[in-house]
Design a protein around this ligand. Structure first.
Ligand code: SF4
Length: 350
């Protein structure tokens, strides 16, 4: 799977590094001083991930836990995100990662203890300041939270941590059906696995190389039966002529495996791009029906549907959800007018 595995020199004796290297005996292993010395230094085309993918193993430096952008999750509560990986094995054709790093290679940061310490300190401070509110931590901002957990093996660490922090919430956001590692844990009410879903045909057209909708719904059903709390993201919502019917069908399929009262929350976000990512989509996926959509360039240069269109689409789905018994307070509109800028600023700082 990985042609070359780059390991930071001080990490060679780390048990996880040894374990990962043992899983890929035919990969070439190279020692590096720091990940940043090599990763993204020479631009590597995004679509090379199909044929040539390298892996980097090291430690995340700097601020490990950061405030999330506005409108990131359920409102009224503080949200933070932490980064333990860069890039993703899937290939959604709208993915902002294609315009984000200079390389699609996978980076795994293995200093989860340090990340955990920062999470703990922030959670305790927020709890002292506001004992009535939960504080949220989101994993997988630049990757998928579950796809590589069989390799990276960090879930047990975070389950132990959040068991000690009942006033904090952890969100593991995914399109993966790799729930094997999750099922080794006892469910916790404050560790929420959230699945991004789209109608089946949209998954085929846009979520390239991801598990099909049916498999994701099965994973949701299995986790729900075993008591794991589940959140849902309908994001990105993409318009087509069958938009209303396909979302109706999707909601029916979802409620069948996860009755509405068990949905922790559901976010709605309409497809959006920075100018840079849109250019990458044009280059990487010139035949995609995404490019035939009626987007406008917003005042802030982002590419979206017109505001009335976005509001109509989200309103329509919100009505559909409520008519199927999802409580209004569990539905939130994601990233409307505030999207990627804060993340881009963070990237530029790193
Ligand atoms: S699953 Fe998420 S991170 Fe991975 S390619 Fe798709 S949009 Fe990008």
């Amino acid at each position: 799977m990985f042609e070359v595995i780059y390991v930071e020199e001080h990490m060679f004796q780390h048990p996880k590094v040894k374990e990962i290297l043992a899983k890929f005996p035919s990969s070439e292993v190279k020692t590096i001083h720091k990940i940043e010395d090599v990763f993204g230094r020479v631009k590597k085309p995004y679509l090379q991930k199909r044929t040539n993918l390298n892996l980097f193993l090291g430690e995340k430096k700097g601020q490990l836990v950061k405030p999330a952008p506005p409108a990131y999750g359920l409102s009224g509560e503080p949200h933070f995100y932490f980064v333990h990986a860069y890039n993703c094995i899937y290939e959604c054709n709208y993915c902002y990662l294609q315009g984000y790093f200079h390389s699609p290679d996978i980076v795994l940061f293995l200093n989860h203890e340090e990340i955990g310490e920062e999470i703990k300190a922030i959670a305790q401070k927020c709890h002292e300041d506001n004992p009535d509110k939960h504080v949220w931590f989101h994993a997988g901002e630049y990757s998928d939270s579950l796809a590589l957990t069989s390799l990276s093996g960090e879930l047990n660490h975070y389950f132990k941590l959040f068991k000690e922090l009942p006033y904090a919430r952890l969100e593991l956001r995914t399109k993966s059906v790799n729930i094997k590692e999750l099922l080794k844990e006892n469910p916790l009410s404050n560790v929420i696995t959230s699945f991004s879903l789209s109608p089946a045909q949209r998954v085929k057209l846009n979520d390239l190389k991801t598990p099909p909708l049916k498999a994701r719904l099965q994973a949701i059903g299995e986790l729900h039966k075993k008591g794991f709390p589940i959140g849902i993201h309908f994001d990105p919502i993409i318009y087509d002529d069958h938009f209303v019917e396909t979302y109706e069908e999707l909601i029916d399929q979802l409620i069948e495996v996860l009755p509405s009262e068990f949905i922790e929350y559901i976010s709605l976000g309409v497809v959006r791009f920075t100018k840079e990512v849109f250019q990458k989509v044009q280059k990487n996926y010139p035949d995609s029906d995404l490019l035939a959509q009626e987007f406008v360039r917003s005042f802030d240069n982002k590419i979206r549907y017109s505001r009335p269109m976005r509001l109509w689409m989200m309103g329509k789905i919100k009505d559909q959800l409520m008519s199927r018994g999802v409580a209004e307070e569990k539905i939130y509109l994601c990233m409307e007018d505030t999207d990627l800028d804060p993340m881009v600023k963070e990237r530029d700082k790193e």
